[in-house]
Design a binder for this molecule. Structure first.
Ligand SMILES: Cc1ncc(COP(=O)(O)O)c(C=O)c1O
Length: 388
């Protein structure tokens, strides 16, 4: 072991990234893999957004912005949150971050003290675990179940509240399940948060991707919730902008003022050119987004009955672009299922264990390929699982 590795600060806990690395390395060495693994849209960023970035380069926008972001972008984000979700934030209550990812870290740096317990909708985007642990906190998974289409049950949250519980991470729609927590449950969660004096982190990165009749409700719009909620969102998913690294957090202005210096320490500001691209995303035509959403809806509508026909069950996803599929009928545990599926058929999906699931019955299928490729992948998955 190197000297540096032997002197790691105790906040660095060993995370097992070996499986993901192995899958990605394996896929890189194989021709024509159908990748339904990562949560990265197959669409390119809409061309008017790319053009705005090129224009920003040509206009010499090559410099730092303020740590909280371009004023025009913060204003546009505040207006968009109001129009899309009825959220009331001023421009000075927005921090533009390097993806929602940096927003997660910044939120935990701001709110999570050593020993704090953080309840997290599960299975989950495990960045939350890492961010909480880096701050000395303790992630506490709140399970959701296939029988409920993986919707949150407020009783499961309440059962896990202790005197150390500091906050609840509400991700709706959720990754990896696509589950949308219905408005009635969101109201019950708000009541619970107020009753137990919990803070809420509302991760709404998939909130534009909701399939009828499901509905999204932003918890910070409910009475008494704005003051105890950090709302996280970003451009990666809605605008197919994963590589541009633009996200944001929205929270009361005095909290924003307190996290501005830590944000400056993390990366000073989000890439200036990307911020101009994000501004064009919000202020430009929305038709490309509508088209992408329509394509996701079509893929989802095809995939659900195809999975059923192939003998799989799943939680009906109300949003996002994932189907959390039960592969127990194959007789294989999910990690082995995924590794062999990739090696033997060239289809990449991820096991639920990569999302903190203690069950080995599930895989996450991202429907982020054109429909003909999804059809081909589905045929290979069915044949692999059941020899059908
Ligand atoms: C629930 C959730 N939050 C946050 C992120 C981070 O997104 P980004 O940093 O690209 O904005 C992701 C990415 O997959 C996610 O699934």
């Amino acid at each position: 072991m190197s000297l540096l590795a032997s002197r790691l600060a105790p906040r660095i806990v060993e995370e097992d990234g070996a499986f993901r690395t192995r899958m990605l390395a394996l896929a890189a060495g194989m021709p024509n893999v159908i990748a339904l693994g990562r949560g990265d849209p197959d669409f390119h960023t809409p061309s008017h957004i790319v053009a705005a970035a090129k224009a920003a380069i040509d206009a010499n926008h090559h410099h730092y912005t303020g740590p909280t972001g371009l004023p025009a972008l913060r204003t546009a984000i505040a207006a968009d949150l109001k129009a899309a979700h009825g959220l009331d934030y001023g421009a000075d209550e927005i921090v533009v971050t390097a993806g929602a990812q940096e927003g997660i870290m910044l939120t935990m740096l701001g709110l999570c003290a050593p020993g704090d317990e953080v309840l997290i909708t599960s299975p989950r985007f495990t960045t939350y675990d890492t961010a909480v642990r880096l701050c000395g906190g303790v992630p506490v998974p709140v399970p959701t179940y296939e029988k409920d289409d993986f919707a949150l049950d407020v009783a499961e949250i309440e059962r896990r509240v202790t005197p150390r519980t500091r906050m609840f991470v509400l991700t709706s729609p959720n990754n990896p399940t696509g589950a949308v927590t219905p408005p009635a449950a969101i109201r019950a969660i708000a009541d619970l948060a107020i009753r137990y004096d919990l803070l809420v982190v509302a991760d709404e990165i998939y909130a534009r991707m909701i399939y009828a009749p499901n509905a999204h409700l932003s918890i910070a719009t409910l009475p008494g919730m704005r003051e105890r909620t950090v709302t996280l969102n970003g451009f990666s998913k809605t605008y197919a902008m994963t590589g541009w690294r633009v996200g944001y957090l929205a929270a009361p202005g005095d909290f924003v003022a307190q996290v501005t210096e830590p944000r400056h320490t993390l990366s000073i500001n989000t890439c200036t050119i990307s911020q101009y691209a994000a501004l064009a995303a919000l202020t430009g035509p929305q038709e490309p987004v509508q088209q992408m959403l329509a394509d996701y809806a079509e893929r989802r509508a095809w995939l659900m009955p195809a999975l059923t026909a192939a003998g799989f069950t799943y939680g009906h996803p109300g949003g996002a672009f994932y189907i959390y599929t039960n592969i127990s009928s194959s007789g294989l545990p999910a990690p082995e299922f995924c590794e062999r599926l990739l090696r033997e058929t060239g289809v990449m999906v991820f096991p639920g264990t990569m999302f903190g699931d203690t069950s080995t019955d599930y895989i996450r299928i991202s429907y982020l390929q054109p429909l003909p490729l999804i059809r081909e992948a589905m045929a290979r998955i069915a044949e692999f699982a059941h020899g059908a």
